[in-house]
Design a protein around this ligand. Structure first.
Ligand SMILES: Nc1ncnc2c1ncn2[C@@H]1O[C@H](COP(=O)(O)OP(=O)(O)O)[C@@H](O)[C@H]1O
Ligand SMILES: [Mg+2]
Length: 337
């Protein structure tokens, strides 16, 4: 097959304006090289399409059988839907979720509203578009404050957990100034263990693993903030399978699968939960375009700790997309788990 890769590169733009994590969700050259290498070793012809005009020109001139899409896009809350929407227009199959699912999942508040309709618990929250919005809330402290439309811990720092009205107003004002115009999500802070759940599949999705993300120092107050993600080797311990009892593991796995289906996720997605002291999982967010660095992405670490490897992960994603789209190819070797 001829497979195009779509992506946004971190080094292409300089963050001379705005916060230091402005482009945090974009990928490193090494990640694109690693995906291209695996696809090449599977026997496919690989074309790097990038994003924007370069992608538009490339996709019109190359005849791709499939696009491996990890482009985060730029500009507005539907940015992850940009590449999928063009590919849908042209009738070209691609990996991962469609434009609608990607748009919904980018909006943490909207996703939480949907998730709460199917009996999956998610922290109580409100959305603030001005600092004065915080005066109306009735939630108890501590609270957690984050941008409503971001990922990769953008705008999330160790001080995102706030203990009183003054800290809340300061944090909301900072986010509105640095990451606006976009609303701020304020939700109950859930003390306890943090896990991320990897799900692969389509009609019969399955849980790849439940991985606990443990701060080496902060205990159940741990926040997987930008500081922690950037310094993961020193600060974070990844435990997979997570040290949960069977009952709690089943609860989290069931919740992740329910949300995967509700949102119409495809091929793969990663779900973040906090588990409170009663063993109750609380859904935080979903990543339908989970990071795929061969070294530091949670899904990769989880796959490796679950007994697979990076080539297996990339091959499985492609095989799932091929099967879902009914693409006829001689080189497919479906890797079931
Ligand atoms: N309500 C919350 N209670 C406790 N910790 C939270 C809460 N929301 C987010 N966090 C912490 O912040 C991290 C990043 O938040 P998340 O919603 O997953 O955003 P991102 O899309 O940037 O990964 C989480 O992994 C978790 O450690
Ligand atoms: Mg997260």
């Amino acid at each position: 097959m001829k497979i195009g890769i779509t992506y946004n590169l971190r080094h292409e733009i300089s963050a001379d304006k705005g916060p230091t994590d402005l482009y945090e969700e974009f990928d490193c050259e090494e990640t694109i090289q690693a995906i291209a290498k695996e696809l090449g070793e599977m026997g496919h012809e690989v074309i790097k399409l990038g994003w924007g005009k370069e992608f538009l020109q490339g996709i019109l001139s190359e005849k791709c059988d499939l696009v491996f899409n990890i482009a985060e896009g730029m500009g507005g809350r539907s940015r992850e839907a940009q590449v999928p929407a063009v590919l849908e227009m042209l009738g070209i199959p691609y990996t991962f979720s469609d434009a609608q699912t990607l748009s919904i999942c980018m909006d943490k508040g909207l996703t939480k509203r949907m998730v709460s309709t199917i009996g999956v618990k998610t922290p109580k929250f409100f959305v603030a578009t001005t600092v004065s919005d915080v005066r109306r809330h009735r939630l108890g402290f501590p609270l957690f404050v984050k941008p409503a439309l971001e990922g990769s811990s953008k705008g999330i720092r160790l001080h995102s957990k706030v203990n009183n009205r003054t800290e809340l107003e300061r944090q909301v004002a900072w986010l509105l100034k640095e990451y606006g115009p976009q609303p701020v999500l304020v939700e109950e802070f859930i003390r306890g263990r943090e896990v991320t759940v990897g799900v692969l599949g389509n009609e019969k999705p399955f849980v790849l693993g439940i991985m606990e993300i443990k701060g080496k120092s902060q205990g159940d107050e741990f926040v997987y903030s930008l500081e922690m993600k950037r310094n993961w080797m020193e600060e974070v311990e990844y435990v997979c399978p997570a040290g949960l009892d069977d009952f709690t593991s089943e609860r989290v796995a069931r919740d992740a699968l329910k949300v995967f289906k509700l949102l119409g996720c495809r091929d793969a997605a990663r779900f973040d939960f906090r588990i409170d002291s009663m063993g109750q999982p609380h859904f935080l967010e979903v990543n339908p375009l989970a990071g795929l660095s061969p070294v530091y992405s949670d899904l990769t670490i989880m796959a490796i700790k679950s007994g697979y490897d990076y080539p297996w992960l990339i091959r499985t994603i492609v095989d799932l997309a091929v099967e879902r789209n009914g693409i006829k190819t001689g080189s497919v070797n479906f890797a079931s788990a």
